[in-house]
Design a protein. Structure first.
Length: 387
């Protein structure tokens, strides 16, 4: 077994791997597989196709009846192409009580802490089920966790209690909204714009679609559910027209117009229901939906779905995380995580990790050293104090 690294040294090694979401995480997983090579650790690398994979590391006995804990993190990051980085984004730098680097906050710090925790517990002969799930492509729609859930044999033992270590400033989070990503495409007929009667303008054809989407957005603003209190700033579902692409040249009638739409649903809201509602609204607005591109019609494609999730406030595991963290109650967040996917196989998640999400996804991403050093202590207390 290789020499144990400190949490900060291990974080530095993980940051050094460029695991931007469009790149394979295999190099990082190769390193971790060697680093965690111990007789008491069971390591499984799960092929997801196209050179992508997830990694599951298990310690202790099998998790019969859902006993034990699952620590969950993702290894991919957003790109680091911003011009105003003060340091190399792929080199961990400590300065003024902060750790700088791409992924230092979101969320390789937790990954490093969790990997060392499993290594240490394995060496100590830990006698409870403990697992670490590391996923790919979380930043582009929790894709890796989606692969894991799709392929997982639900009869196989897996701890039911999950800590998703996204940056929450060490405050327990018990719920987040879901996110549907949709693409609409309106088909037209190209021609020279000097002879407009010979063509059909796809961009103009998209106007009824856009008006319909705007009307539905306004309706959703007025809606509330039992979990709306988790999101006091935005207590309603959100529909966003996020992108429009159409036309090829100023003198060519647009042949196609694509519209990208995101819908953030509250926990408990059905994606099937909102999609049905959207189809009904489009039909009422005179927008004709088609299965494939067809002149004068519109196609609708579901690109990805990150499910919402919520854990009841009186859940025993959530209450234990609150106790360990020193907070009397948990919160909700407006971003999605792997917790939504894991809920589909009946895992009870609490999002809980070091760092502030506001420091992620930008140049000079950083993690507070004090939170980074406190997190392993809190995780250890959770494992040693839970029944």
């Amino acid at each position: 077994m290789t020499k144990r690294l400190s949490d900060q040294e291990l974080l530095g090694r993980l940051v050094a791997f460029d695991t931007t979401s469009d790149r394979t995480p295999r190099g990082l997983f190769d390193f971790l597989e060697e680093y965690l090579d111990h007789p008491a650790l069971r390591i499984e690398r799960m092929d997801c196709g196209d050179d992508f994979e997830n990694m599951l590391v298990e310690c202790g006995p099998p998790a019969h009846d859902g006993d034990g804990w699952l620590l969950s993190g993702h290894v991919d990051t957003v790109p680091a192409g911003e011009p105003d980085w003060d340091t190399d984004p792929w080199t961990l730098v400590e300065r003024d009580g902060r750790l700088y680097g791409r992924g230092a906050c979101d969320m390789k710090a937790f990954d490093a802490i969790a990997a060392n925790l499993l290594r240490d517990r394995a060496e100590a002969g830990f006698d409870r089920p403990l697992a670490l799930l590391l996923t790919h492509s979380e930043e582009v729609g929790t894709v890796g966790a989606g692969h894991f859930v799709r392929d997982w044999d639900v009869a196989r033992p897996l701890p039911r209690r999950v800590v998703v270590g996204e940056p929450t400033s060490l405050r327990p989070v018990r719920g987040h909204k879901g996110h549907l990503k949709l693409r609409f495409a309106v088909a037209g007929r190209p021609c020279h714009t000097g002879f407009p009667a010979q063509g059909v303008n796809a961009i103009e054809g998209a106007l009824p679609l856009l008006r319909c989407l705007a009307a539905l957005r306004a309706e959703l603003v007025e809606e509330r559910t039992a979990d709306s209190s988790l999101f006091p700033e935005v207590p309603h579902p959100v529909l966003t027209i996020a992108g429009i692409d159409g036309g090829s040249a100023i003198n060519v009638m647009p042949e196609r117009c694509e519209v990208l739409v995101g819908i953030r649903l509250l926990p408990g809201q059905s994606s099937d229901a909102i999609l049905g509602r959207l189809r009904d609204a489009l039909d009422a607005a005179g927008v004709r939906l088609a299965e494939r591109p067809e002149e004068g019609a519109c196609t609708m494609e579901l690109l990805n779905e990150t499910p919402a999730f919520s854990t009841p406030p009186d859940d025993a595991f959530l209450q234990e995380v609150c106790r360990v963290s020193g907070h009397s109650e948990a919160e909700g967040v407006n971003y999605g995580t792997d917790a939504g996917r894991l809920g589909l196989i009946d895992r009870r998640s609490v999002i809980f990790g070091p760092g502030d999400i506001a420091r992620a996804h930008q140049a000079n991403e950083w993690m507070p050293v004090d939170e980074f050093e406190r997190m392993p202590v809190l995780l250890g207390a959770l494992l040693d104090g839970s029944n």
